[in-house]
Design a protein around this ligand. Structure first.
Ligand SMILES: C[S@@+](CC[C@H](N)C(=O)[O-])C[C@H]1O[C@@H](n2cnc3c(N)ncnc32)[C@H](O)[C@@H]1O
Length: 212
């Protein structure tokens, strides 16, 4: 059984080696009074735990340069930074970053942040990353095309891989079809047990390999 660790602060929980604040914590309650995320960046989404589980079993190369698209409160970014990678959290909503920052501090890790939509990421911006990740960030129809366009720029900028987790919404499934036509892809049904059982989908796209 894993070692029972003393929490670093009240109202926190431990998952995949990192600590996150619960909704009941003083930190989250007071941030919620000051900040109002408006594009669903209002909690930790379960897809982030799928990514943590996937990367626990399939670790990335050491010190990978990672872009976490739609990072929200940063659970995935913090997990990957805690694993020794260089991580930038991108989010269209400026209001989420205070939640990310307070939790990065709780874990003693550094995560860079960048405000902007996927559509704002030019080829030169994307060339700074090896891997793109995202958790539950293909939930509106228009996001399918925004993702696909960014992935085309990312592939030509030399980004090697996408790992995208989702509960299985239809815009995500449309993106899966588009990616399969263009690149070497894998799709997995995945589950995690921390901090609770959750099952969803993982799309892995090898952006450096064309589809057969
Ligand atoms: C459902 S939340 C998921 C947050 C985080 N990935 C997680 O797993 O907890 C979606 C996040 O994507 C951001 N977002 C929505 N549309 C975006 C876009 N076009 N470009 C970048 N971020 C976007 C939202 O502001 C929100 O923080």
């Amino acid at each position: 059984m894993p070692e029972l660790l003393a929490p670093p602060a009240k109202n926190t929980y431990h998952t995949y080696g990192i600590w996150l604040y619960t909704e009941k914590s003083r930190e989250i309650k007071s941030l919620k009074k000051e900040r109002s995320p408006s594009v669903h960046g209002d909690k930790h989404w379960d897809s982030s735990y799928l990514l943590m589980d996937y990367f626990t079993h399939n670790p990335l190369k050491k010190k990978s340069r990672i872009l976490d698209v739609g990072c929200g409160w940063g659970p995935t970014s913090i997990y990957l930074a805690n694993s020794g990678h260089g991580v930038t959290g991108l989010d269209v909503d400026d209001e989420v970053f205070a939640f990310l920052d307070v939790q990065a501090e709780l874990n003693g890790v550094a995560v860079k942040t960048r405000q902007g939509a996927m559509a704002s990421m030019k080829k030169a911006d994307l060339s700074k990353y090896d891997v793109i990740v995202g958790g539950d960030i293909c939930f509106w129809d228009e996001l399918t095309d925004e993702w696909f366009a960014m992935l085309k720029r990312a592939a030509s900028a030399g980004v090697k891989k996408l790992v995208l987790a989702d509960p299985g919404r239809s815009p995500f499934l449309k993106l899966v079809d588009k990616c399969y036509e263009r690149w070497d892809c894998d799709m997995h049904t995945w589950y995690c047990l921390e901090p609770k059982r959750f099952t969803g989908s993982l799309l892995i796209v090898n952006l450096d390999k064309k589809a057969d």
